[in-house]
Design a binder for this molecule. Structure first.
Ligand code: COA
Length: 374
Protein backbone atom coordinates (compact mmCIF):
# COMPACT_ATOMS: atom_id res chain seq x y z
CA UNK A 1 0.00 0.00 0.00
CA UNK A 2 1.45 3.39 -0.92
CA UNK A 3 0.47 6.78 0.42
CA UNK A 4 0.55 10.42 -0.67
CA UNK A 5 2.55 12.58 1.80
CA UNK A 6 1.21 15.88 3.12
CA UNK A 7 2.09 18.25 5.97
CA UNK A 8 -0.80 17.95 8.44
CA UNK A 9 0.49 20.52 10.93
CA UNK A 10 3.58 22.15 12.39
CA UNK A 11 4.48 23.03 15.99
CA UNK A 12 6.76 25.54 17.65
CA UNK A 13 8.40 25.95 21.04
CA UNK A 14 10.05 29.33 21.68
CA UNK A 15 12.19 29.77 24.83
CA UNK A 16 10.91 32.59 27.06
CA UNK A 17 14.26 34.33 27.39
CA UNK A 18 15.66 36.49 24.62
CA UNK A 19 18.91 38.44 24.19
CA UNK A 20 18.94 41.71 22.25
CA UNK A 21 21.96 42.79 20.21
CA UNK A 22 22.53 45.57 22.73
CA UNK A 23 22.70 43.10 25.65
CA UNK A 24 24.89 40.71 23.67
CA UNK A 25 27.37 43.37 22.59
CA UNK A 26 27.58 44.87 26.10
CA UNK A 27 28.54 41.45 27.50
CA UNK A 28 30.99 40.72 24.65
CA UNK A 29 32.69 44.10 24.94
CA UNK A 30 33.05 43.67 28.71
CA UNK A 31 34.78 40.34 28.02
CA UNK A 32 37.08 42.09 25.50
CA UNK A 33 37.89 44.84 28.00
CA UNK A 34 38.76 42.36 30.75
CA UNK A 35 40.80 40.20 28.37
CA UNK A 36 42.80 43.15 27.05
CA UNK A 37 43.39 44.49 30.59
CA UNK A 38 44.56 41.08 31.76
CA UNK A 39 47.02 40.89 28.85
CA UNK A 40 47.95 44.58 28.78
CA UNK A 41 51.70 43.94 29.09
CA UNK A 42 51.84 41.38 26.28
CA UNK A 43 49.73 43.65 24.07
CA UNK A 44 51.97 46.67 24.84
CA UNK A 45 55.05 44.56 24.05
CA UNK A 46 53.53 43.58 20.69
CA UNK A 47 53.45 39.90 21.68
CA UNK A 48 49.67 39.69 21.48
CA UNK A 49 46.96 41.35 19.38
CA UNK A 50 44.24 43.06 21.43
CA UNK A 51 40.73 41.67 20.98
CA UNK A 52 38.37 43.99 19.09
CA UNK A 53 34.94 45.08 20.23
CA UNK A 54 31.72 43.92 18.58
CA UNK A 55 29.02 46.33 17.40
CA UNK A 56 25.22 46.35 17.28
CA UNK A 57 25.25 48.19 13.94
CA UNK A 58 27.54 45.61 12.29
CA UNK A 59 25.45 42.67 13.48
CA UNK A 60 22.17 44.06 12.20
CA UNK A 61 23.60 45.26 8.90
CA UNK A 62 25.59 42.05 8.17
CA UNK A 63 22.93 39.55 9.24
CA UNK A 64 19.50 41.13 9.83
CA UNK A 65 19.47 39.68 13.36
CA UNK A 66 18.18 41.91 16.19
CA UNK A 67 17.63 39.36 18.97
CA UNK A 68 17.71 35.62 19.66
CA UNK A 69 15.93 33.34 22.12
CA UNK A 70 18.07 31.20 24.45
CA UNK A 71 17.48 28.48 27.02
CA UNK A 72 19.78 30.14 29.60
CA UNK A 73 20.32 33.87 29.27
CA UNK A 74 22.25 34.73 32.43
CA UNK A 75 25.31 32.49 31.97
CA UNK A 76 25.52 33.34 28.25
CA UNK A 77 25.74 37.05 29.11
CA UNK A 78 28.09 36.57 32.09
CA UNK A 79 31.54 37.64 30.77
CA UNK A 80 33.14 35.01 33.01
CA UNK A 81 31.08 32.15 31.55
CA UNK A 82 29.68 33.02 28.08
CA UNK A 83 28.07 29.62 27.58
CA UNK A 84 24.70 28.11 28.53
CA UNK A 85 24.46 26.33 31.88
CA UNK A 86 21.67 24.31 33.51
CA UNK A 87 21.61 21.68 36.24
CA UNK A 88 22.66 18.25 34.99
CA UNK A 89 19.67 15.93 34.72
CA UNK A 90 19.51 12.33 35.91
CA UNK A 91 18.79 9.52 33.44
CA UNK A 92 15.29 9.29 34.90
CA UNK A 93 14.46 12.87 33.88
CA UNK A 94 13.54 13.99 30.38
CA UNK A 95 16.66 15.43 28.72
CA UNK A 96 16.56 19.13 27.87
CA UNK A 97 16.63 18.51 24.09
CA UNK A 98 13.81 15.97 24.32
CA UNK A 99 11.86 18.34 26.58
CA UNK A 100 11.71 21.14 24.04
CA UNK A 101 11.17 18.66 21.21
CA UNK A 102 8.16 17.24 23.04
CA UNK A 103 6.72 20.75 23.49
CA UNK A 104 6.93 21.49 19.76
CA UNK A 105 5.59 18.02 18.91
CA UNK A 106 2.58 18.42 21.22
CA UNK A 107 1.79 21.73 19.51
CA UNK A 108 1.83 20.06 16.06
CA UNK A 109 -0.25 17.08 17.26
CA UNK A 110 -2.86 19.37 18.84
CA UNK A 111 -3.15 21.47 15.68
CA UNK A 112 -3.69 18.32 13.59
CA UNK A 113 -6.09 16.81 16.14
CA UNK A 114 -3.84 13.73 16.12
CA UNK A 115 -3.68 11.25 19.01
CA UNK A 116 -0.02 10.27 19.61
CA UNK A 117 -1.14 6.64 19.58
CA UNK A 118 -1.80 7.03 15.85
CA UNK A 119 1.72 8.28 15.04
CA UNK A 120 4.08 5.62 13.64
CA UNK A 121 7.52 7.22 13.86
CA UNK A 122 9.55 10.08 15.32
CA UNK A 123 12.60 11.53 13.58
CA UNK A 124 14.71 13.86 15.69
CA UNK A 125 16.34 15.89 12.93
CA UNK A 126 18.69 18.52 14.31
CA UNK A 127 22.24 19.92 14.28
CA UNK A 128 23.23 19.63 17.88
CA UNK A 129 22.46 16.32 19.51
CA UNK A 130 22.73 16.14 23.28
CA UNK A 131 24.34 12.70 23.47
CA UNK A 132 25.28 9.70 21.32
CA UNK A 133 22.53 7.32 22.47
CA UNK A 134 19.84 6.33 23.27
CA UNK A 135 18.40 8.45 20.47
CA UNK A 136 16.57 11.61 21.53
CA UNK A 137 13.89 10.58 19.03
CA UNK A 138 13.18 7.45 21.08
CA UNK A 139 13.01 9.50 24.27
CA UNK A 140 10.55 11.89 22.59
CA UNK A 141 8.58 8.89 21.29
CA UNK A 142 8.38 7.46 24.82
CA UNK A 143 7.38 10.80 26.38
CA UNK A 144 4.55 11.21 23.88
CA UNK A 145 3.35 7.60 24.19
CA UNK A 146 3.97 6.69 20.54
CA UNK A 147 4.07 3.01 19.59
CA UNK A 148 6.47 2.68 16.65
CA UNK A 149 10.07 3.67 16.02
CA UNK A 150 12.35 6.69 16.13
CA UNK A 151 15.90 7.70 15.30
CA UNK A 152 18.11 10.78 15.25
CA UNK A 153 19.47 12.33 12.10
CA UNK A 154 21.88 15.22 11.67
CA UNK A 155 22.36 17.11 8.41
CA UNK A 156 23.17 20.40 10.17
CA UNK A 157 20.95 23.29 9.05
CA UNK A 158 19.21 21.06 6.49
CA UNK A 159 18.16 18.42 9.04
CA UNK A 160 14.45 19.30 8.98
CA UNK A 161 14.02 19.17 5.19
CA UNK A 162 16.04 15.94 5.04
CA UNK A 163 13.71 14.66 7.79
CA UNK A 164 10.63 15.71 5.81
CA UNK A 165 11.83 13.82 2.72
CA UNK A 166 12.62 10.75 4.84
CA UNK A 167 9.15 10.91 6.40
CA UNK A 168 7.53 11.47 2.99
CA UNK A 169 9.37 8.40 1.65
CA UNK A 170 7.99 6.29 4.53
CA UNK A 171 4.48 7.45 3.59
CA UNK A 172 5.07 6.84 -0.14
CA UNK A 173 6.38 3.32 0.51
CA UNK A 174 3.60 2.47 2.93
CA UNK A 175 6.00 1.93 5.84
CA UNK A 176 4.23 4.58 7.93
CA UNK A 177 1.15 6.79 7.73
CA UNK A 178 2.01 9.43 10.33
CA UNK A 179 5.55 10.64 11.08
CA UNK A 180 6.72 13.41 13.40
CA UNK A 181 9.86 15.29 12.34
CA UNK A 182 11.10 17.11 15.43
CA UNK A 183 13.93 19.67 15.34
CA UNK A 184 15.02 20.78 18.81
CA UNK A 185 17.89 23.20 18.27
CA UNK A 186 19.82 24.31 21.36
CA UNK A 187 22.36 26.08 19.21
CA UNK A 188 23.63 28.15 22.15
CA UNK A 189 25.64 25.10 23.26
CA UNK A 190 27.77 24.94 20.12
CA UNK A 191 28.16 28.67 19.52
CA UNK A 192 31.45 30.29 20.52
CA UNK A 193 30.04 33.31 22.38
CA UNK A 194 33.62 34.70 22.63
CA UNK A 195 34.14 34.78 18.84
CA UNK A 196 33.49 38.27 17.44
CA UNK A 197 32.83 36.94 13.92
CA UNK A 198 30.00 34.61 14.94
CA UNK A 199 28.87 35.32 18.52
CA UNK A 200 25.63 36.94 17.28
CA UNK A 201 24.49 34.26 14.86
CA UNK A 202 22.45 31.59 16.63
CA UNK A 203 19.34 31.18 18.80
CA UNK A 204 17.49 28.31 20.52
CA UNK A 205 14.09 26.92 19.49
CA UNK A 206 12.25 23.67 18.68
CA UNK A 207 9.95 22.88 15.76
CA UNK A 208 7.89 19.87 14.72
CA UNK A 209 6.39 18.87 11.38
CA UNK A 210 3.70 16.18 11.18
CA UNK A 211 4.02 14.41 7.81
CA UNK A 212 1.10 12.12 7.04
CA UNK A 213 -0.69 10.15 4.37
CA UNK A 214 -3.35 12.38 2.75
CA UNK A 215 -5.91 9.66 3.50
CA UNK A 216 -5.75 10.37 7.26
CA UNK A 217 -4.76 14.07 7.22
CA UNK A 218 -6.97 16.87 8.57
CA UNK A 219 -8.98 18.83 5.96
CA UNK A 220 -6.60 21.81 6.14
CA UNK A 221 -3.15 20.55 5.15
CA UNK A 222 -0.32 21.14 2.66
CA UNK A 223 0.26 18.65 -0.16
CA UNK A 224 3.93 17.81 -0.63
CA UNK A 225 4.45 18.20 -4.38
CA UNK A 226 8.07 17.09 -4.35
CA UNK A 227 11.24 17.00 -2.27
CA UNK A 228 14.88 17.22 -3.34
CA UNK A 229 18.10 16.92 -1.33
CA UNK A 230 21.68 17.85 -2.17
CA UNK A 231 25.04 17.66 -0.40
CA UNK A 232 28.45 18.94 -1.50
CA UNK A 233 31.39 18.60 0.89
CA UNK A 234 32.81 21.85 2.26
CA UNK A 235 35.07 22.79 5.18
CA UNK A 236 33.61 26.31 5.30
CA UNK A 237 31.18 25.49 8.12
CA UNK A 238 32.45 23.01 10.71
CA UNK A 239 32.06 21.83 14.26
CA UNK A 240 34.74 19.30 15.22
CA UNK A 241 33.29 18.35 18.58
CA UNK A 242 32.97 14.58 18.84
CA UNK A 243 33.57 11.48 20.88
CA UNK A 244 36.78 10.44 19.11
CA UNK A 245 38.73 13.66 19.47
CA UNK A 246 38.14 14.66 23.09
CA UNK A 247 41.26 12.94 24.41
CA UNK A 248 43.74 14.78 22.20
CA UNK A 249 45.98 17.00 24.35
CA UNK A 250 44.81 20.57 24.40
CA UNK A 251 41.80 19.87 22.24
CA UNK A 252 39.07 19.82 24.85
CA UNK A 253 37.20 23.09 25.00
CA UNK A 254 39.23 24.61 22.20
CA UNK A 255 37.50 26.87 19.70
CA UNK A 256 37.42 24.35 16.86
CA UNK A 257 35.17 22.08 18.93
CA UNK A 258 32.51 24.78 18.51
CA UNK A 259 30.84 26.31 15.46
CA UNK A 260 33.30 27.90 13.03
CA UNK A 261 32.71 29.23 9.53
CA UNK A 262 34.09 31.22 6.64
CA UNK A 263 30.95 33.32 6.45
CA UNK A 264 31.85 35.22 3.28
CA UNK A 265 32.67 32.01 1.36
CA UNK A 266 29.48 30.35 2.59
CA UNK A 267 27.47 33.33 1.41
CA UNK A 268 29.09 33.34 -2.05
CA UNK A 269 29.00 29.59 -2.66
CA UNK A 270 25.64 28.66 -1.20
CA UNK A 271 23.48 31.38 -2.80
CA UNK A 272 24.01 30.21 -6.43
CA UNK A 273 23.91 26.52 -5.47
CA UNK A 274 20.55 26.86 -3.72
CA UNK A 275 18.95 29.21 -6.26
CA UNK A 276 19.91 26.83 -9.08
CA UNK A 277 18.62 23.83 -7.16
CA UNK A 278 15.24 25.49 -6.51
CA UNK A 279 14.75 26.55 -10.14
CA UNK A 280 15.72 23.14 -11.53
CA UNK A 281 13.52 21.28 -9.05
CA UNK A 282 10.59 23.58 -9.87
CA UNK A 283 11.16 22.70 -13.54
CA UNK A 284 11.18 18.98 -12.77
CA UNK A 285 7.85 19.38 -10.97
CA UNK A 286 6.37 21.45 -13.82
CA UNK A 287 6.14 24.57 -11.62
CA UNK A 288 6.91 28.14 -12.66
CA UNK A 289 9.29 29.49 -9.98
CA UNK A 290 8.11 33.07 -10.71
CA UNK A 291 4.58 32.02 -9.75
CA UNK A 292 5.48 30.69 -6.29
CA UNK A 293 3.24 32.41 -3.76
CA UNK A 294 5.70 32.25 -0.85
CA UNK A 295 9.23 31.12 -0.01
CA UNK A 296 9.96 29.91 3.51
CA UNK A 297 13.75 30.02 3.34
CA UNK A 298 16.42 28.92 5.80
CA UNK A 299 17.06 31.78 8.19
CA UNK A 300 20.82 32.41 8.30
CA UNK A 301 21.28 35.81 6.76
CA UNK A 302 18.80 38.37 5.40
CA UNK A 303 21.08 39.26 2.47
CA UNK A 304 21.39 35.63 1.36
CA UNK A 305 17.61 35.22 1.42
CA UNK A 306 17.14 38.44 -0.56
CA UNK A 307 19.46 37.20 -3.31
CA UNK A 308 18.03 33.66 -3.45
CA UNK A 309 14.43 34.93 -3.50
CA UNK A 310 15.29 37.40 -6.28
CA UNK A 311 16.85 34.67 -8.44
CA UNK A 312 13.89 32.34 -7.90
CA UNK A 313 10.99 34.80 -8.20
CA UNK A 314 12.61 37.04 -10.84
CA UNK A 315 12.08 40.18 -8.78
CA UNK A 316 12.92 41.66 -5.37
CA UNK A 317 10.78 39.72 -2.88
CA UNK A 318 8.73 41.57 -0.29
CA UNK A 319 8.16 40.35 3.28
CA UNK A 320 4.91 38.70 2.22
CA UNK A 321 6.65 36.62 -0.46
CA UNK A 322 9.72 35.73 1.61
CA UNK A 323 9.00 36.21 5.31
CA UNK A 324 11.88 36.51 7.75
CA UNK A 325 12.02 35.43 11.37
CA UNK A 326 15.76 36.13 11.63
CA UNK A 327 15.22 39.44 13.36
CA UNK A 328 13.72 37.95 16.53
CA UNK A 329 14.96 34.31 16.37
CA UNK A 330 18.45 34.64 14.83
CA UNK A 331 19.73 31.61 12.95
CA UNK A 332 18.03 28.58 14.51
CA UNK A 333 19.80 26.06 12.28
CA UNK A 334 17.43 23.42 10.85
CA UNK A 335 14.39 24.98 12.53
CA UNK A 336 14.55 28.34 10.68
CA UNK A 337 12.53 27.60 7.54
CA UNK A 338 10.02 25.63 9.62
CA UNK A 339 9.47 28.58 11.99
CA UNK A 340 8.93 30.83 8.96
CA UNK A 341 6.39 28.35 7.55
CA UNK A 342 4.70 27.84 10.93
CA UNK A 343 4.21 31.56 11.55
CA UNK A 344 3.38 32.56 7.97
CA UNK A 345 1.17 30.03 6.20
CA UNK A 346 -2.36 30.37 7.55
CA UNK A 347 -3.24 33.40 5.41
CA UNK A 348 -2.59 31.58 2.13
CA UNK A 349 -5.49 30.29 0.01
CA UNK A 350 -6.24 26.76 -1.18
CA UNK A 351 -4.21 26.12 -4.34
CA UNK A 352 -1.37 28.47 -3.33
CA UNK A 353 2.03 26.93 -3.96
CA UNK A 354 5.17 27.63 -1.95
CA UNK A 355 8.59 26.33 -1.05
CA UNK A 356 10.23 25.33 2.23
CA UNK A 357 14.00 25.41 1.69
CA UNK A 358 17.00 24.85 3.93
CA UNK A 359 20.74 25.13 3.42
CA UNK A 360 23.82 24.96 5.58
CA UNK A 361 26.82 22.93 6.68
CA UNK A 362 27.91 19.96 4.62
CA UNK A 363 27.16 21.84 2.39
CA UNK A 364 23.60 20.56 2.47
CA UNK A 365 20.36 21.84 0.95
CA UNK A 366 16.80 20.57 0.82
CA UNK A 367 13.65 21.72 -1.00
CA UNK A 368 10.06 20.85 -0.13
CA UNK A 369 7.49 22.25 -2.59
CA UNK A 370 4.02 22.41 -1.03
CA UNK A 371 0.49 23.37 -2.11
CA UNK A 372 -2.35 24.29 0.24
CA UNK A 373 -5.15 21.75 -0.08
CA UNK A 374 -8.72 22.91 -0.68
N1 COA B 1 31.31 43.60 15.17
C1 COA B 1 31.89 44.55 14.41
N2 COA B 1 32.60 44.28 13.31
C2 COA B 1 32.77 43.01 12.97
C3 COA B 1 32.19 41.95 13.72
C4 COA B 1 31.44 42.30 14.86
N3 COA B 1 30.85 41.36 15.61
N4 COA B 1 32.50 40.78 13.13
C5 COA B 1 33.25 41.07 12.05
N5 COA B 1 33.42 42.42 11.95
C6 COA B 1 34.18 43.16 10.95
C7 COA B 1 35.31 42.34 10.38
O1 COA B 1 36.45 42.47 11.18
C8 COA B 1 35.49 42.96 9.01
O2 COA B 1 36.23 44.11 9.13
P1 COA B 1 37.31 44.54 7.99
O3 COA B 1 36.47 44.79 6.75
O4 COA B 1 37.92 45.76 8.57
O5 COA B 1 38.23 43.37 7.84
C9 COA B 1 34.07 43.38 8.62
O6 COA B 1 33.34 43.47 9.83
C10 COA B 1 33.38 42.40 7.67
O7 COA B 1 33.45 41.08 8.23
P2 COA B 1 32.91 39.81 7.50
O8 COA B 1 33.08 38.62 8.39
O9 COA B 1 33.49 39.72 6.13
O10 COA B 1 31.33 40.17 7.44
P3 COA B 1 30.21 39.74 6.45
O11 COA B 1 29.64 40.97 5.86
O12 COA B 1 30.60 38.62 5.55
O13 COA B 1 29.10 39.14 7.47
C11 COA B 1 28.23 37.01 8.25
C12 COA B 1 29.38 38.03 8.29
C13 COA B 1 28.67 35.78 9.01
C14 COA B 1 27.01 37.63 8.90
C15 COA B 1 27.90 36.66 6.77
O14 COA B 1 29.07 36.35 6.06
C16 COA B 1 26.96 35.47 6.65
O15 COA B 1 25.87 35.45 7.19
N6 COA B 1 27.35 34.47 5.88
C17 COA B 1 26.54 33.27 5.66
C18 COA B 1 26.62 32.46 6.87
C19 COA B 1 25.78 31.22 6.82
O16 COA B 1 24.80 31.10 6.12
N7 COA B 1 26.18 30.27 7.58
C20 COA B 1 25.47 29.10 7.68
C21 COA B 1 25.39 28.81 9.11
S1 COA B 1 24.33 27.49 9.36
Amino acid sequence: MTGRPVISATGLFTPVESITNEELVASFNEYVKRHNEAHAEAIAAGEMEPLQESSVEFIEKASGIKARHVMAKEPVLDPDIMAPRWPERSNEELSILAEIGVKAARDALARAGRDPKDVDAVLCAASNMERAYPAMAIEIQQALGIDGFGFDMNVACSSATFGIQTAADYIRSGNARSVLVVSPEITSGHLNWRDRDSHFIFGDVATAVLVEDAAIAPAVHWDILGTRLKTVFSNNIRNNFGFLNRANPGSEGSADKLFVQEGRKVFKEVVPMVAEMIVSEAGRLGLDPHALRRLWLHQANAGMNRLIAHRVLGHEANADESPTVLDTYGNTSSAGSIIAFHLHNEDLAPGDTGLICSFGAGYSAGTVFVRKAA
